[in-house]
Ligand binder design. Structure first.
Ligand code: SF4
Length: 329
């Protein structure tokens, strides 16, 4: 059996502050296979972006990975030196951020940026690297790539710039792409094109994608599986269609905009009441309990562990009996 493209086990990220240690990521385990798109969703402050930054080794002090492991294609990478990690980034892991100008230097022609990245991570000659850059630009839908390769970032529209960033992420044939809100800054019609492009590229190249977004609509459109995060923990993980159509965790139900009433009907919610707790004020027990319509005494005292139910994982005391029954306990 081949190793997953990305494997996180009991990952923890802490921020050490004068007022104590804050747990931004608290014991997260998940896998992404080659060619698979995992959507990581949750409100602002849930820890989605920090998870992506931990994988690429870019947690800035006072933050640090304080526990657990990160494996890329079976190789442990959380203990690599900064130099080794620099090679992994842009080589084995490609990155796409919300603002294309984070990744593109406005002073350099896009072709020069692509060729430099290709040559940093491959042994191609300058001429071959330029040919590869043109092929990549063509593949991501830049028209007349032979001509536009010599343009500057400001000469491209937002959608075209994001296509260039995707080409940049693909330069070295990465095993994993981390895409953090890649479509949030774009017009709706362009968003759909970029989503379709990412999906096609993941399939054709066999690249694993970790898609970080607050937008469950984007996840439903593109992802194979979804991981729902809340207050630095995983609330639920499962195949996207099942999680969207039949969410198990009360927070996921709220995210999907429908929550069952006691009568078995569904009431539309504009949003879940309350807000995500600040890192310094994560409640004891289940972090979601102050907002959860199903909370009971145990939820206020005991943190729910992730349990497996019908191929999904969910961290909620409501399912304790179900998981036990499934495992034959
Ligand atoms: Fe709600 Fe309790 Fe489940 Fe947390 S553990 S989601 S508070 S029912």
């Amino acid at each position: 059996m081949t190793a997953p493209a990305l494997s996180l086990r009991h990952l923890k990220v802490d921020f050490v502050t004068r007022r104590g240690t804050l747990h931004a990521i608290d014991d997260i385990s998940l896998d992404i296979d080659g060619g698979e798109i995992l959507g990581v969703v949750g409100e602002s402050g849930a820890g989605k972006t920090v998870t992506g930054l931990a994988v690429i080794g870019l947690i800035d002090p006072p933050g640090r990975v304080s526990g657990g492991t990160i494996h890329l294609g079976g190789q442990r990478i959380d203990d690599l030196s900064p130099d080794e990690m620099r090679n992994v980034r842009g080589g084995r892991i490609g990155m796409i951020f919300q603002d294309p100008l984070t990744s593109l230097d406005p002073l350099y022609r896009i072709g020069d940026q692509l060729v430099e990245t290709i040559r940093t991570h491959t042994r191609l000659s300058p001429a071959d690297a330029r040919r590869r850059a043109i092929a990549l630009l063509t593949e991501v839908g830049i028209p007349a790539a032979e001509r536009l390769i010599d343009g500057y970032p400001h000469e491209f529209s937002g959608g075209m710039r994001q296509r260039v960033v995707i080409a940049l992420a693909l330069c070295a044939g990465p095993e994993l792409i981390i895409a953090d809100e890649p479509t949030t800054a774009l017009d709706v019609s362009v968003q759909a094109q970029i989503i379709a492009l990412l999906k096609r590229l993941a399939r054709e190249h066999g690249t694993a994608v970790m898609l970080v977004t607050h937008d469950i609509g984007v996840i439903a459109e593109i992802a194979d599986r979804v991981a729902v995060m809340y207050a630095g923990r995983l609330a639920e993980v499962g195949p996207v269609r099942e999680v969207v159509q039949q969410p198990l965790h009360p927070y996921t139900r709220g995210l999907m905009g429908a929550i069952p009433t006691l009568e078995g009907n569904t009431a539309r919610l504009v949003q879940i009441a309350g807000t995500m707790p600040r890192l310094a004020a994560i409640p004891a027990g289940c972090a979601f309990h102050p907002r959860c319509p199903f909370a009971f005494d145990r939820c206020r005292q005991e943190r729910p562990e992730s349990m497996t139910i019908a191929g999904r994982t969910v961290a909620c005391h409501l399912y304790d009996g179900h998981a036990a029954a499934e495992s034959g306990a």
